[in-house]
Design a protein around this ligand. Structure first.
Ligand SMILES: Cc1ncc(COP(=O)(O)O)c(C=O)c1O
Length: 486
């Protein structure tokens, strides 16, 4: 009978019999094995694959036990016809009955562009991407220890049980005592919700507070993902201008239901909101009853002076909603963050979250709690901040040397530089052309709201790129800029 080529990987830790069994099982599911025919005998297959008959027999025994294969007396082993995939190959399938493009809900952000995040960025020699991290800086050994410890008493139940709507009390306590206090915020556990990242915090706030009758204000340029999330609720979104001192407060916030901003390092320009403007915005919000949402995504990364306290720390009412994340320092792939807000709001957000994903994985929450509790979180953060500071210095020096227009000074924080080229520079063309030389940058036009966005801005992220690639990468980028600008 025809049977697919079974490839065995002798260096794999997976036992050979399991590999044989998996290959046959896969062949049955894919319809490669015809149920009418006999499987090769263990003698034939062992000779063909160069393994012992015992290996083949073990694989067959499991396949029989699980019903993939049936043993017919004196005839041999046959594929169980019922196990054959009912699923024809894609080209043989009938046309779908449902026109899915017509069925799926249309969201009001349909016309807004998306940040094109590449997942193959690490295969490029000069990945000046934002939003990724240097995986070699991740405290893998300590994290592994915390993941393991989280599976032993007394951590076992919080790590593995269904906590329904609750968070890990140990993590919440440590967030309150260590992370929020470091930002000048006093919160008790009922005022904290663990999230699967700031993005979820924004989504929950959108579900709880926004609808078509509401208006959101945010920085322009600003965080494109937040804009999508707000628009998807049906709310209107208005951009407020940003300059060197951060968001420019409008005359009033009377018609604004929610103000979203990134005061520590404005996204994407990295400027810090001045203290005078912070006070003014809080006054305006209090007068208008506007909900203020502070996204404090990377305040840890300050390379000169000390980080400014959070906006929420200035707010006597406690009404400011604060979003924190583990994405920038530890890893965006962990999907863990937290928010601090008045307890009534946290209660409501928890209820909403319960019907979305119940709670962020308990095992991850407890491991994160153990990492913070052991002191390793702070130690790794200090090490990572020093690494990033060197990269920030190297990137500032390289752009000053190689880019063909006057540079800087750049705000001493964040994980990227916001570049403004001459008005004739087209960041889209620059990004495309640089990519051909292995240099990845992000065009800046996407971050602007409305009309005809300027095309002469772009972002150079330095968190993910290896230090030795910074200078040659920026040198190449400089050459491409010269070429495009003529
Ligand atoms: C402005 C801003 N907020 C938040 C985040 C982090 O989001 P999350 O915690 O969902 O990974 C990012 C990441 O790129 C960001 O740029």
């Amino acid at each position: 009978m025809p049977h697919p080529l079974i490839e065995l990987d002798r260096s794999s830790p997976e036992p050979l019999y399991r590999q044989v069994r998996r290959a046959i099982e896969h062949g049955i599911a894919a319809g490669t094995f015809d149920p009418g025919h006999r499987l090769p005998s263990s003698r034939e297959l062992s000779a063909e694959l160069g393994v012992s008959r015992n290996t083949i027999n073990l694989a067959y025994q499991e396949l029989v036990a699980e019903g993939f294969v049936e043993s017919r007396e004196r005839s041999g082993l046959f594929v169980n016809a019922e196990m054959r995939s009912p699923c024809p190959a894609p080209e043989q399938r009938a046309r779908p009955r449902i026109d899915w493009s017509d069925r799926v809900r249309r969201f009001p952000d349909a016309g807004v562009p998306h940040l094109e995040k590449r997942t193959d960025w690490h295969t490029y020699p000069y990945p000046f991407v934002a939003g990724q991290m240097d995986v070699s800086a991740f405290p893998a050994r300590s994290w592994t220890r915390c993941l393991r410890d989280a599976l032993y008493r007394p951590h076992l139940f919080p790590a593995l049980q269904d906590s329904v709507g609750a968070d890990d009390p140990m993590l919440v306590d440590l967030v309150c005592r260590h992370l929020l206090t470091a930002r000048g915020i006093e919160a008790d556990p009922a005022e904290v919700l663990i999230t699967v990242g700031s993005q979820q915090g924004l989504d929950l706030l959108g579900r709880a507070l926004l609808g078509p009758e509401h208006l959101v204000a945010m920085e322009n340029p600003g965080y494109l993902d937040a804009r999508h999330i707000f628009l998807r609720t049906g709310a209107g979104v208005r951009g407020l201008p940003v300059d060197q001192g951060g968001l420019l407060p409008p005359d009033d916030l009377a018609d604004i239901d929610l103000l979203y901003l990134t005061p520590s390092h404005q996204h994407p320009t990295n400027v810090t909101l001045s203290i005078g403007r912070r006070r003014r915005l809080l006054e305006l919000a209090a007068a208008a009853g506007t909900v203020v949402v502070e996204d404090d995504y990377d305040s840890e990364f300050r390379y000169q002076g000390s980080p400014t306290p959070a906006l929420k720390a200035l707010d006597g009412s406690g009404d400011v909603v604060y979003l924190g994340t583990f994405s920038k320092f530890l890893s965006p792939g962990l999907r863990l963050g937290y928010l601090a807000a008045p307890r009534e709001l946290v209660r409501e957000l928890r209820e909403i979250r319960r019907y979305v994903l119940r709670h962020p994985p308990g095992h991850l929450q407890r491991a994160m709690a153990l990492l913070i509790d052991s002191g390793e979180y702070q130690r790794s953060l200090r090490r990572y901040r020093t690494k990033l500071m060197r990269k920030w210095e190297a990137t500032c020096a390289a752009v000053a040397e190689h880019l063909p227009w006057p540079q800087g000074p750049y705000p001493p924080g964040g994980v990227s530089l916001w570049m403004t080229g001459p008005s004739t520079l087209d960041c889209r063309r620059l990004a495309e052309r640089a990519e051909r030389d292995g240099v990845l940058i992000e065009g800046g036009d996407l971050f602007f709201l409305g009309g005809e966005p300027p095309r002469n801005h772009f972002r150079v992220g330095f968190a993910a790129i290896p230090p030795r690639a910074i200078e040659p990468g920026i040198r190449l980028l400089g050459q491409v800029c010269r070429e495009l600008l003529g």
